[in-house]
Design a protein around this ligand. Structure first.
Ligand code: NAD
Length: 369
């Protein structure tokens, strides 16, 4: 099959779906890789490195499988036609997703967001690989916005206390944020509504904040809180947040607006010079005063809401994403006399009895069973 790596067009998107190392591996499996000229430039990968790796520079949009990072624009959907396969982030739970248009165009689309969170699929889990980047970068952003040191410093001019850092929501991004804050010399504390996370928090050397709310939902995700629980949580957090120099929020509930964890009153209660980094801006933010995509100062507290942190570390973010994408692609490859009857040939033929492919394919009519 021909696999196309296209150039991303979203504002600020610097990632690319395959890097040369993954190209070589796919070529070795009998795949032809076509790269759109300049596709890797945002991640500092020139066309020449792709050709060295065995790819051809050419029309990546007219291939059997187009691989991408960001969800396609209308113009990009227009470049696809019947029978093609698309793999990438497709934001299937966003109201303005392009899944209807892809289905109408006869495109078989796989959304990496819909890959199940099971052990076998970890290597393909792009939410996790990119969540790690976000969690790490959120801490660096907080540290650079902060008016205080992260580590404890003992100097001739006096001693500085370590920064106290509260991470709200300890999924993949939150856990990486805790570990990063710890490595920077801060004192991290983690909080989540899934009590099973407490051990993971402690395992990275952080404290666990227990507010007595258990909202573990399905598939390892959290459920939305009831109104009473939300009020109880906001009040308890208002008290807790006062004591922290930095708050990083990552709380999400699939398909729902971001839970409101940090009220305006909680921000007002923080010490002047404190910093909040809200990673949930895309779904409205975890903090009441967040302005998605902006950095604002409210009550002398700096509130940052970056929308695409993985794109700010395009080299490693792309490397990890490329591994996710090539693992998912490899799962669809059939060698020799596959279902199509072709021999001595590698084809793309997703086996929809495989849960990973069945769940992630978002344009296929679900058979009732
Ligand atoms: P996520 O991005 O959906 O949410 C981030 C965190 O916010 C979650 O930990 C969630 O519990 C928390 N949260 C939601 N509402 C909250 C509230 N009101 N207050 C406080 N916290 C709240 O999470 P994620 O990073 O995608 O991880 C989800 C789960 O998937 C985790 O259990 C993770 O360990 C698991 N996981 C499994 C695999 C795998 O096995 N393949 C891979 C990655 C993640």
């Amino acid at each position: 099959p021909r696999v196309g790596v296209v150039r991303e067009t979203n504002d600020g998107e610097r990632r690319v779906a395959l890097v040369p190392k993954t190209v070589t591996a796919l070529v070795g499996k009998g795949v032809d890789v076509i790269v759109e000229s300049g596709a890797g430039l945002g991640a500092l990968i020139p066309d020449s490195l792709y050709t060295d790796a065995g790819a051809t520079i050419g029309d990546a949009w007219s291939t059997d499988v187009v691989v991408k990072v960001a969800p396609p624009s209308d113009a990009e959907v227009g470049k696809l036609s019947k029978g093609q396969t698309l793999i990438g982030f497709l934001a299937p739970r966003n109201a303005d997703n392009k899944i209807g248009a892809l289905k109408a165009a006869g495109v078989q689309a796989f959304a990496v967001e819909a890959i199940p969170r099971i052990s076998r699929a970890q290597v393909m889990d792009a939410l996790s690989s990119q969540g790690n980047v976000s969690g790490y970068k959120a801490v660096l952003l907080a540290a650079s916005e902060s008016t205080r040191f992260f580590p404890m410093l003992t100097t001739a001019a006096g001693t500085v206390k370590p920064a106290t850092v509260l991470i709200l929501g300890v999924g993949v991004a939150g856990l990486q944020a805790l570990a990063t804050a710890k490595r920077l010399g801060g004192r991290p504390t983690g909080y989540d509504v899934r009590p099973e996370v407490a051990d993971q928090v402690r395992s990275v050397g952080a404290q666990w904040l227990d507010l007595g709310i258990d909202a573990a939902g399905e598939g390892g995700y959290a459920r939305e809180l009831t109104e009473d629980e939300r009020a109880q949580q906001q009040k308890a957090l208002e008290d807790a947040i006062k004591g922290f120099d930095v708050v990083i929020t990552t709380a999400l509930v699939p398909g729902r607006p971001a839970p409101r964890l940090v009220t305006a009153a909680a921000v007002e209660g923080m010490k002047p010079g404190s910093v909040i980094v809200d990673l949930a801006g895309e779904t409205g933010g975890n903090c009441e005063l967040t302005e998605p995509g902006q950095t604002v100062v409210k009550h002398d507290v700096t509130i940052c809401s970056p929308l695409n942190l993985p794109a700010t570390m395009p080299e490693h973010a792309s490397e990890l994403y490329a591994k996710n994408i090539s693992a998912l692609l490899e799962l669809m490859l059939v060698e020799g006399d596959g279902a199509s009857g072709a021999t001595g040939n590698v084809t793309v033929e997703p086996d929809f009895t495989d849960q990973v492919l069945a769940d992630s394919c978002v344009t296929r009519e679900r058979e009732a069973n």
